[in-house]
Design a binder for this molecule. Sequence first.
Ligand SMILES: *[C@@H]1O[C@H](CO)[C@@H](O)[C@H](O)[C@H]1NC(C)=O
Ligand SMILES: *[C@@H]1O[C@H](CO)[C@@H](O)[C@H](O)[C@H]1NC(C)=O
Length: 340
Amino acid sequence: MAEHRAAAYMFAVAMVLGVLAAIPAAVQSIGVCYGVNGDGLPSASDVVELYKSNGITGMRVYTVNDNTLQALSGSNIGLILDTGNDQLPELAANATYAAAWVKANVQSHRRLTIKYIAVGNEVPGQGGNPRDILPAMKNIRNALVRAGLGGIKVSTAVNSAVTQGFPPSKGIFNASASHMPPIAQYLASTGAPLLANIYPYFSYKGDTSHITLDYALFSSTTTVVTDDNGNQYQNLFDALVDTMYSALESVGAKTVPIVVSESGWPSAGDGTVATMENAQMYNQNLINHVEKGTPKRPGDIETYIFAMFNENNKNEGEETEKHFGLFNPDQSPAYPIIFV
Ligand SMILES: *[C@@H]1O[C@H](CO)[C@@H](O)[C@H](O)[C@H]1NC(C)=O
Ligand SMILES: *[C@@H]1O[C@H](CO)[C@@H](O)[C@H](O)[C@H]1NC(C)=O
């Protein structure tokens, strides 16, 4: 009897420990995007070590090559692999080409933990033709399924420009983004998430007369927006994510979850709010926030911070593009961040 009780007690302890052990899983939801457009960046294997030593468990890889994939082999870092927008025309038009892409970057690297393939990033803003996204997604997915790798989810990364509407419950896909409804419905049919690049920084910069800095930085202490349905928003990140959820719902894709495939804040380059202090505040608040979820979808939001390194060779767009990094090329932190 006593033994039974002891066993039951041990079981209860195990359950409690199980629950405690589950707590760090919340930080599993934080990854960091790895871009390589900078001088003097560490080797791929040093980069992987830097992720590990900081407890960063996810990575988005924009430049997929053997060197990087080999460095990641066996690391257990959960990955988003980008195809690159330049690949879209061929991936869309040529199933053999898509199968070759999958063979080279997925099948040949069995010790990777690939979670998602991002077929296109912010098309057309960052290049590419929206018309190519869905056929390319289908060709990649068919190749994965044929290779017995259908568990890897195929998606595309979009930004808030594909949505419109306010408050968040009124979110829809904008009329020019006519490629989005069929993509959303395809994601629903395959059980894949939509990858969303969510930048309160750019929304704030685009409308400083209506958006407060506190709301953008997660530092408002009170409700800023009360939605028609009663949902209360204290930060812009949640409002942007929920606008995207409403857009998905509006086209019959309610079951599609959102993975935040980029979010961040620059630490220099705009002469106003791109400061070390604001970048640190945004990113630390983001890390602390994502396990809570949004008013519409409480619970963990898998999120990838943009980006690992300051990249001095990002010559397209604004000066701030070079200053989104959490780390300098010499691996020193750009500013202190606690990931776990
Ligand atoms: C399709 O891709 C394969 C593999 O890269 C290539 O050999 C073939 O020439 C391509 N077909 C066309 C029509 O471009
Ligand atoms: C609507 O979506 C299209 C396609 O993604 C984009 O190019 C355009 O800028 C968006 N319009 C607005 C007003 O954001």
